[in-house]
Design a protein around this ligand. Structure first.
Ligand SMILES: C[S@@+](CC[C@H](N)C(=O)[O-])C[C@H]1O[C@@H](n2cnc3c(N)ncnc32)[C@H](O)[C@@H]1O
Length: 334
């Protein structure tokens, strides 16, 4: 882990000046929470969200409605700030030929990559057709399940990118063996995942904090589904090595969930992350809590709301880790 990822984050004194009560209405951040309302009415709804079921009802436990699409785009900005506006860390050179984004979501990363590398053909694959039609000419999207056999030729992509997919995939071995097969010798793969554990450096997070409770329930539910709730740099490294990739590089940093940090960049990260907190907890929690853990919707919704309240409370200085791990497919000589 890099030394910056180990250092405690100093809390902004302006945040500390707040009275230490648990009432987030008085001690919370001055920001509005986004509405959960969405305008799509022609799909199957559950708890007010639209889920995509074409590849199986439980394939992706997250909704893919407009609320979720907005959240994904906001989170893209969080990742960009954390990475100093870099779209990736793997040293892919100035003119890659083919780039693949697996589980592309709204395609925002793929579109940015197509703009950045006009020489490259950038393909985004997802279960859901939620990508825009108006995209750079060198970018396109395909509908497919990454856990099935890939249709791409062997030794095809210079770079394969997979971000924020851990909660959706059961067969990582399959996904990464297909990724290995489809990467050119000497090409790169990069995995970017948030850790599913909440931390605080100053003891400001009690064991019954809403975020901790939320993440622990999410962990139980995802485990029941055979999913990995909490990736780490080392677990991602192991997955890449098992698939055959070498020269693994692990980047780790902290992602505050609200703008409580003194550091300017981390405060910005927290401010943007906070914008998507209410819909994010709802998106990650509802299907897993109700379908897998058998909670009733009101109870599940309350867990999500308590997590949001905990993040909104200026007295809780909570962060998760963000891991970006890349590896290389050996060249033929190797
Ligand atoms: C949390 S979103 C992340 C989107 C995008 N990677 C990002 O970082 O903005 C996960 C996305 O992966 C897609 N997904 C989940 N399982 C998948 C699978 N087996 N094959 C392809 N896409 C998948 C979902 O439909 C969803 O759009």
């Amino acid at each position: 882990m890099s030394s910056s990822a180990q250092a405690a984050i100093t809390v902004d004194p302006a945040v500390l000046e707040h009275p230490s009560d648990e009432d987030y209405a008085t001690s919370g951040y001055d920001t509005s929470t986004a509405s959960l309302t969405n305008s799509i009415r022609e799909y199957a709804f559950e708890n007010g969200r639209r889920y995509h079921t074409y590849f199986g009802a439980d394939k992706n436990p997250l909704p893919t409605d407009e609320t979720e699409q907005d959240r994904l785009d906001v989170h893209h900005e969080v990742f960009l700030i954390l990475l100093d506006r870099k779209l990736h860390r793997a040293p892919i050179g100035k003119s890659p030929n083919r780039i693949l984004d697996v589980g592309t979501g709204t395609g925002i990363w793929a579109i940015d990559m197509a703009d950045k590398y006009p020489s490259a053909e950038v393909i985004g694959v997802d279960l859901s057709p939620i990508q825009p039609g108006w995209v750079p000419p060198n970018c396109r999207f395909e509908l497919d399940d990454a856990e099935l056999d890939w249709t791409f030729r062997p030794d095809y992509f210079d770079f394969i990118h997979i971000r924020n997919l851990s909660q959706a995939v059961t067969k990582w071995e399959k996904v990464l063996s297909e990724a290995y097969r489809c990467t050119i010798p000497g090409g790169y793969i990069e995995l970017a995942e948030l850790g599913g554990v909440a931390h605080s450096d100053d003891g400001s997070m009690s064991p019954d904090n809403g975020v901790k409770v939320f993440l622990s329930l999410l962990d139980s539910g995802l485990r029941k589904m055979g999913r990995v709730a909490s990736a780490t740099g080392e677990s991602l490294r192991a997955n890449l090595e098992d698939a055959g990739f070498v020269d693994i590089d692990i980047f780790t940093c902290k992602q505050p969930l609200a703008p409580w940090a003194h550091d300017k960049k981390l405060k910005q990260v927290g401010a943007v992350a906070l914008l998507s907190a209410p819909t994010g907890f709802h998106a990650y929690g509802m299907a897993v809590f109700t379908r897998v853990l058998g909670m009733d919707p009101e109870e599940a919704d309350m867990v999500c709301k308590r997590a949001t309240a905990a993040v909104m409370n200026k007295n809780n200085h909570i962060y998760t880790y963000f891991y970006v791990v890349h590896g290389q497919k050996p060249t033929e000589k190797e």
